[in-house]
Design a binder for this molecule. Structure first.
Ligand code: AMP
Ligand code: TRP
Length: 327
């Protein structure tokens, strides 16, 4: 049997090139080598306040973006988390074997809770739901960006704890990070990770941004006080631009050095902008085609949920038996 792969994105905010280079691009690359499930994690999105109508529209948009990136629904299952209730069921059972201390240590929890006066329990439980997503399907590989590495470590800890308490039940999954592009930084501030929730102008390049806006955002990106590229001394802004170019182009380190050493920052930015646009334009064209076919996406999501639900339900049944719940 092929190893199973599971990953997902939240339908909150606009997907950006960090999401693409950190995760989506790799999903496309490995989809034929494994049995893949790609999820739209709407229940994670509601851990922070969402506008209901907007959230529902975003779920479909993300599905269309998965397809536009090249995920083949004939080969992979594409599904919405809330369409398979087993995610919530297993999350509760795992919550009951997870020490609160493990959750309070999560960096993302600390950052998100620091921004709010009253913190919803969902923000704390978030990684347990993520563990449930993965463990439900006995996934062996989880391809994500670097910011999710800590959540995956927690997933492994929860799986191991459950296995030692109740006997071998879960596959302990591995993390798969891309070699280049695992952490794309904000173009306005290379000290901050590019983030869907940051709406400042000049911060992110959304996958559906108009080409002019993309060019402008890259040309205005923060660099440093040197005039031209020197790989030994380049600051984080320049390194970020180089990573973006390298991740889109798949160039080797040697090719990058040969091409960019000594190039003035203005010219570097032009090259980066053209590289990004050359990938995003056909991507946007596919996106428009996909959303113009009425009923197509709903069908893909229905098929995906129908395909994965039996796997998820059988895991929940085993967990219930092991824990002594009524089956
Ligand atoms: P999220 O936007 O939190 O739903 O993330 C979806 C996927 O994109 C996850 O695998 C993240 O690790 C990845 N991701 C998010 N932001 C970035 C970034 N700035 N650079 C690289 N990967 C990212
Ligand atoms: N927490 C992930 C993020 O924000 C999204 C996610 C939820 C996920 N469940 C998952 C990713 C399971 C991989 C596997 O990026």
């Amino acid at each position: 049997m092929k190893t199973r792969v599971f990953s997902g994105m939240q339908p909150s905010g606009n997907l950006h090139i960090g999401n693409y280079l950190g995760a989506l691009k790799n999903w496309v690359r490995i989809q034929h080598d494994y049995e893949c499930i790609f999820c739209i994690v709407d229940m994670h999105a509601i851990t922070l306040p969402q506008d209901p109508a907007q959230l529902r529209a975003k779920i479909v948009e993300i599905a269309a973006l998965y397809l536009a990136a090249g995920i083949d629904p004939q080969v992979c299952s594409i599904m919405v988390q809330s369409a398979v209730p087993a995610h919530a069921e297993l999350a509760w059972m795992l919550t009951c074997v997870t020490p609160v201390g493990w959750l309070e240590r999560m960096t993302q929890y600390k950052t998100k809770s620091a921004k709010q006066e009253s913190v919803g329990d969902g923000v704390l439980q978030y990684p347990v739901l993520m563990a449930a997503d993965i463990l439900l399907y006995q996934a062996g590989i989880v391809p994500v960006g670097e910011d999710q590495a800590q959540h995956l470590e927690l997933t492994r800890d929860v799986a191991q704890r459950f296995n030692s308490l109740y006997g071998d039940t879960f596959v302990v999954p591995g993390t798969s990070l891309p070699a280049v592009g695992a952490r794309i930084m904000g173009l306005d501030d290379p000290a901050q990770k590019m983030s869907k929730s940051t709406t400042a102008a000049g911060h992110a390049i959304a996958l559906l941004d108009p080409v002019d806006k993309i060019r402008k955002t890259i040309m205005r990106a923060t660099t440093d006080s040197h005039p031209a590229v020197d790989f030994a001394t380049a600051g984080p802004g320049v390194l970020n631009l180089l990573s973006i170019y390298q991740a889109f182009s798949n160039a080797t380190d040697e090719e990058m050095e040969r091409r960019f050493t000594g190039l003035r920052y203005g010219d570097l930015k032009k090259e980066v902008a053209e590289m990004v646009i050359s990938h995003i334009e056909p991507f946007q064209e596919r996106y428009r085609q996909i959303v113009s076919e009425p009923g197509y996406l709903a069908g893909v999501l229905r098929d995906g949920a129908e395909r994965v639900a039996p796997i998820a339900n059988s895991t929940v049944r085993v967990v219930k038996e092991r824990m002594g719940l009524y089956v």
